[in-house]
Design a binder for this molecule. Structure first.
Ligand code: GSH
Length: 226
């Protein structure tokens, strides 16, 4: 049982797993084995307390990058340590291929296989039992996002002071309309709700949502017609 963080060396890349890429690149690292249930301190590295995650060496400014989710770990290691682009793509075309297939893994096999295992492990033998388990996971995600957005100076999800592509991706499934369809009271996630309102108030987001209403009818944007 380790509710507090054990000693972990500061001068070496700490790994809470993507070994294959590190081995292929020959990058020195330290492996820390995590007990996802009892190592509560690990929530500071990955709010879902799952492996893999990595912690890089301290930067000269004193910050220590942490990364969670396997694809984010792979991308981080590749961007920092694969200078020639052998594994992340050497050209724009190659990087687009790698990015697309990695995203497809996240949204597809990585997610579907994980859900199949979760439902099987929890013996969800009918649709309602399965829906309840998935609903609990959506609520857990909303809670994690809400806690993140309740931190001081954290107005947006990934970067504190401005929206990033992580915010654009998340907004599609974290807003009051989607929550209402799932019968989730979005109001109980106050910081998340405030964030969604901040996002919808952005000019670019407003324009995009307006345009989407007209897709298939008439595209009212003339920005590409100059
Ligand atoms: N989407 C995550 C999935 C990670 C995942 O499922 N990790 C498993 C081990 S392979 C885990 O930490 N399970 C512990 C738990 O569910 O408590 C990723 O790609 O990193």
């Amino acid at each position: 049982m380790a509710p507090t963080r054990p000693y972990i060396p500061k001068d070496v890349l700490v790994l809470y797993v993507p070994l294959m890429l590190l081995e292929c690149l020959g990058i020195g690292h330290h492996v820390e084995v995590i007990d996802c249930k009892s190592d509560t301190w690990f929530a500071n590295i990955n709010p879902l307390r799952m492996v893999p995650a990595i912690e890089d060496v301290e930067s000269p400014d004193g910050t220590r990058p942490t990364v969670f989710e396997s694809s984010a770990c792979l991308r981080y290691i590749a961007e920092k340590y694969d200078g020639k682009g052998d594994y992340r793509g050497r050209t724009g075309w190659e990087r687009a291929q790698v990015s697309s297939w990695l995203a497809m893994h996240n949204a597809g096999l990585g997610s579907h296989a994980k859900w199949w295992l979760t439902l099987k492990r929890n013996e969800a033998t009918d649709t309602n039992a399965a829906l309840d388990i998935i609903m609990a996971a959506v609520k857990q995600q909303y809670s994690i996002l809400d806690a993140r957005l309740s931190e001081p100076n954290q107005k947006f999800i990934a970067l504190g002071d401005r929206p990033s592509i992580a915010d654009f991706a998340t907004l599609a499934f974290a807003n009051s309309q989607v929550a209402a369809v799932a019968n989730i009271e979005f109001e109980q996630y106050k910081s998340l709700k405030d964030w969604a309102e901040r996002m919808f108030a952005l000019e670019g987001v407003k324009k995009a949502y307006e345009r989407v209403q007209n897709f298939g009818v008439v595209d009212t944007c003339n920005c590409s017609k100059s």
